[in-house]
Design a binder for this molecule. Structure first.
Ligand SMILES: [Zn+2]
Length: 187
């Protein structure tokens, strides 16, 4: 997707007890124009990020990667090192004509974008939580006799955790109707 501005790139190291995945959060914006609520709605409908054939006002995507090393010793194979990272990307509308609009609409917009951000933040939390859980899982895998088996097990476990958090994202959107029940409604 073609977003015009990269607002910020932030790298956080989470401080969970055992796991310390690298969480990289980036945010982009797409510009919308107009001075009326109806114009802004039309612009978001037209230019909002596409997802499954439909435009959304905002989105958050996350991608979790894992790497591990293992070592075989005395016919026992164990994981010796684990690295996990989450790349989290969000996109939001940026109202270019904000300063030209009247106060009432500005306030309405502020409230809307605040709720929108809160909703997207919950999606990104799922990505970060997934990374922590993957790292904890890989760190705690018991040694096996066969390194190949250990590798397959580790990858399957990580994949299962990602599926769980993907389902959590989908469920969150079903329950909140993509944020509508949380007040993410404009105008
Ligand atoms: Zn959502």
């Amino acid at each position: 997707m073609k977003f015009r501005h990269i607002i910020g790139l932030l790298i956080l190291i989470t401080s969970a007890a055992a796991a310390t995945p690298v969480i990289q959060i980036s945010e982009s914006a797409y510009a919308i124009h107009g001075r009326l609520a109806s114009e802004l709605r039309a612009q978001m409908n037209a230019f909002g990020p596409m997802e499954s054939g439909r435009h959304f006002d905002a989105y958050t995507h996350w991608n979790v990667k894992w790497h591990f090393r293992y070592q075989e010793e005395n016919r026992i194979c164990r994981i010796t090192q684990v690295t996990v990272s989450a790349d989290i990307q969000s996109a939001f509308p940026q109202w270019a004509d904000y300063s030209l609009a009247d106060k009432v609409l500005q306030n309405q917009w502020n409230q809307y974008t605040q709720r929108l951000r809160m909703h997207e933040k919950n999606h990104s939390a799922n990505g970060a939580d997934a990374a922590v859980e993957v790292e904890n899982k890989l760190i705690s895998l018991p040694p096996l006799r066969d390194c190949q088996q250990l590798e397959t097990l580790a990858n399957n476990q990580a994949q299962q955790i990602l599926s769980k958090y993907n389902a959590r994202d989908r469920q969150y959107d079903i329950v909140t109707m993509h944020g509508q029940t949380e007040g993410v409604i404009f105008p």
